[in-house]
Design a protein around this ligand. Sequence first.
Ligand code: PHE
Length: 449
Amino acid sequence: HKTESGPKGGKAERFTKSGFILSAIGSSVGLGNMWKFPYITGKHGGAAFFVLFIGCLLVVGLPLLLAEMAIGRGGRGDAATAFVRLSGSRYWAGMGLFTVVTAFAIMAYYAVVAGWTIHYTIASFTGSLYRGAPNYEIVFNDFAGGYWPLFWQAVVMLLCGAVIARGVSGGIEKFNKILIPGFLILLLILMLRSLSLSGSSAGVSFFLEPDFSKVDAESVLIALGHAFFSLSLGMGCMLTYGSYVEKEQSLGGATMAIGGGDLLYAFIAGLVIFPTVFSFGLEPDEGVGLAFMALPAAFSKMPAGFLFGGLFFLLLAIAALTSAISILEVPVAYAMNKWRWSRRKAAVVVSVLCFLVGIPAALSVGGPLTDVSLFGRSFFDLFDFATAYIMMPFGGLIVTLFTGYVWKSVGEEAGLRGALFSAWLFLLRVVIPVVIVLIFLYSTGLLNL
Ligand code: PHE
């Protein structure tokens, strides 16, 4: 087959097979796996929820993941370019651009949170996090309300920008090839430590004991929404990564590997977190409350807790950074194609802009801009809410309707034939659009359960 050329006429950038799988797992394994999945599982029926979540991955997550990657590889371009090439209509550029804007907005505040994790990693390894038996709510609020988060946000943007500037195989792929396997090893070490604590079994029961009475309609929507978020769908991430995949690679196989990887990391994270939390008699929680308040309290009481805590925060930082890189690549790829910029220039300009746009988010979690509100929310909450609840579902809708109704030869690109293809098409045309609308109505509060 003839060698395809890149946007500036040079050789097109491509992932190796394993490099693609590991980078896509790097994108999907993020803070969602580490601080959200374990908690929603524990709260909604343990193993019963786990089974439900696998069902949601199969019916909604994986079909949509395959569709996004197929659009990227079939259209060989950034989110906007790929839609236009496959549909033959300029009108679709706007739809693609929408996902690029979504990615940019997510990156602006995701970098702030990623920055917090780096600060906590260092504070734990040096032991300063544990000095003087502090109250961890106050510790977090003091930190997040100050100016240091800006510094760490800049560090994150610099790091992500530098990795991306080195290219797909020389940067993104290398970074993930080292960090994602390393991540698994560290996670397993932490799991052994956590399971060996006395009283850890209460945590395992909270996380996994099946309780079907806790599974209700709300659990289903939460599982669906999380399957969507956890696989990094609806914002052009998997599409952009897909545009760097060789034609020979099986997208169906990649879909299964990415889904399996995402599930595995989330599962082990649960076996790290709850045994630790329960063994020190703390309340289970999710998000900021879990990672920056409950867990530091547990580490402070554990022998060599600074070490295990440091490793834990390091894992959070890796999870956040490998996801952040996939998010930043979306607008960078767009800028390269749209304005014919070199990769290096696009990486620098987009990173700087993203940093500037993220400043209000960094300063509004207890900081000087906390009380400034837009649409009734602080900047940070607005970024979070608008992207996760409104823009990502809309992006998912674009992808599913495009593959279901507009792009006719999608089956060939995805490598599906016969009954499997028909089933997939049915999911994309009917089931997934309905599900996305329901998730949207539920998460914006328009639908009450
Ligand atoms: N999938 C990531 C997680 O589980 C979050 C993410 C969303 C990353 C969208 C990239 C794009 O945390």
